[in-house]
Design a binder for this molecule. Structure first.
Ligand SMILES: [Zn+2]
Ligand SMILES: [Zn+2]
Length: 261
């Protein structure tokens, strides 16, 4: 049923908050009937940024070696690719650029996980939403997404409408549409991220409305489970593919940072 589908958003224990070996993720993909997967673990960042939630710079080589080993082991059975979920955070662009030049990545997601110093998708800091004006919050967030799109660093934007995670929905929509314009202009794709279906909001990222707006702009979608354990690989992909096909959207993947399909 999931044949021909590819999971391009997966983590490994190197980020400090995922379980299961890369080999187990690959076996799960094979068992689910996927044709391949692209590991995209949380990239190293400067030491002052979000350190407990990502691999250290001195672990990057180990990450690449682990993925390469799984790639070799599953060759001919499963297409295993090497990627990163990178963060966009103003001031860190040159650091990230250095990482991107250090290895032959297949696919790089650009995600915004912080508005200023606030890790807004961290359940520990969810109370902060009550102290914020939601329209302002989304305006600030989507301005960062525009920056990510224009940075030239990434192939796609991760979980586009992430601030809705705990149920705080965007009261407007204009900022999101401007961000989609920037994504389209830069020729990027969107991570269609099924993890949202596992969160309080109970809706994949992006929302059906934003998926339709993205399709209007010719933006493609890269399917991702955002798995942090092997059991989440390919999570609700049949539904995701049907939703995208239902509005005439295109599913793509990346090899060597070149869009396929
Ligand atoms: Zn994570
Ligand atoms: Zn993320």
């Amino acid at each position: 049923m999931l044949s021909r589908l590819f999971d391009s958003h997966l983590h490994t224990p190197l980020c400090g908050h995922a379980t299961g070996t890369p080999r187990e993720y690959a076996q799960a993909a094979l068992d689910t009937g996927l044709v391949g997967l692209c590991f995209t673990d949380h990239c190293p960042m400067p030491a002052w940024y979000d350190a407990p939630w990502r691999m250290r710079l001195d672990q990057l080589r180990e990450y690449v070696d682990e993925v390469r080993a799984v790639q070799a082991e599953f060759a001919g059975r499963l297409d295993v690719r090497l990627g990163l979920e990178a963060d966009f955070h103003p001031g860190t662009e040159r650091f990230v650029e250095g990482l991107l030049n250090a290895h032959d990545w297949d696919y790089v997601i650009g995600s915004v996980h912080y508005i200023g110093a606030w890790g807004f998708d961290n359940p520990e800091f969810v109370a902060e939403y009550e102290a914020r004006d939601l329209a302002g919050l989304y305006g600030d967030y989507y301005a960062l997404i525009e920056g990510a799109a224009r940075s030239g660093l990434f192939d796609s934007i991760g979980h586009l409408d992430l601030p809705k995670k705990f149920g705080h929905r965007d009261p407007g929509g204009a900022a999101a549409l401007r961000a989609l314009d920037a994504v389209a202009e830069a020729g990027l794709s969107l991570d269609f991220n099924t993890a949202g279906w596992r969160k309080p909001v109970a809706e994949a990222y992006p929302s059906p409305d934003l998926v339709a707006e993205a399709v209007k702009r010719g933006i493609g979608f890269v399917l991702g489970s955002d798995a942090h354990q092997p059991g989440e690989v390919g999570y609700r992909f049949a539904e995701a593919a049907a939703l995208i096909a239902g509005v005439g959207g295109q599913i793509v993947t990346y090899v060597g940072r070149v869009r396929q399909g």
